[in-house]
Write a protein that binds this ligand. Structure first.
Ligand code: ADE
Length: 226
């Protein structure tokens, strides 16, 4: 998979890809990440990427021209499955969207800044708009990093144990059950006995029951989704 990220602040985005699972995925060539600094696509001496909004109002608007140049150049080099715009008014990101995106070959992620992009960018180039939650970040970069992390860990081969992504919270619309490791007893707090039974159907049943109870208590909305 190849992800091209268009941003005015590439330095804000780099570190999540330089450690742990994402770093290893890049080294193993399971994913390629390319950063594109919008200022490299400007045509004036000031390298302007934004301007005042027509009609008045607070906040700057990202110009269409540099974004057009960058996206058009990328599209001339390969086909893209999606051009995603990170914005608080997009569709709320969830595991299902992460699963869908992980099946793609090439995607572009455009990070918004200031008040956002000129509407014509959304009308002409963007195929999907994603929000990571009902709050406003200073820009789309951190949101893009969240989406990339959630997507990349689903690419086959990225996680050591293939099944571990499948047992994550939200796969099957359930939260994950409790997990334990050494020691068997800590300051009087014991690990549930069933986990030592060696009876794997019984352990699976316990985990399912716990996952269901947890989901019902914390996220009943997930149980009514299809
Ligand atoms: N840009 C600013 N806030 C955002 C959010 N919540 N999700 C995605 N992109 C954003």
């Amino acid at each position: 998979m190849r992800i091209d990220i268009i941003t005015v602040l590439p330095e804000l985005l780099k570190s999540p890809f330089e450690a742990s699972i994402l770093k290893r995925a890049i080294e193993a060539q399971l994913v390629e990440i390319h950063f594109h600094n919008l200022r490299d696509y400007t045509s004036d001496n000031y390298k302007s990427v934004d301007d005042y909004q027509y009609g008045g109002g607070a906040g700057m608007v990202m110009l269409i021209e540099p974004i057009d140049k960058c996206i058009t150049k990328l599209k001339s080099q390969r086909d893209y499955d999606e051009v995603i715009y990170m914005t608080p008014d997009g569709a709320r990101f969830n595991q299902q969207i992460a699963n869908q995106l992980s099946l793609h070959k090439n995607i572009i992620i455009l990070c918004g800044h200031y008040k956002g992009v000129d509407q014509r960018v959304r009308d002409l180039f963007v195929t999907k708009e994603i929000s990571i939650g009902d709050y406003v970040l200073s820009g789309g970069e951190l949101a893009a990093a969240v989406v990339c992390d959630a997507v990349i860990r689903l690419i086959p081969g990225v996680l050591g144990n293939e099944t571990s992504a499948l047992t994550d919270s939200f796969q099957d619309n359930l939260l994950a059950p409790p997990i334990y490791t050494r020691p068997r007893e800590y300051k009087g707090h014991k690990v549930p006995e069933v986990l030592f039974s060696g009876n794997f159907p019984e352990i699976e049943k316990w985990r399912e029951e716990k996952a269901y109870a947890l989901t019902k208590a914390r996220r009943p909305d997930l149980l009514s989704e299809d």
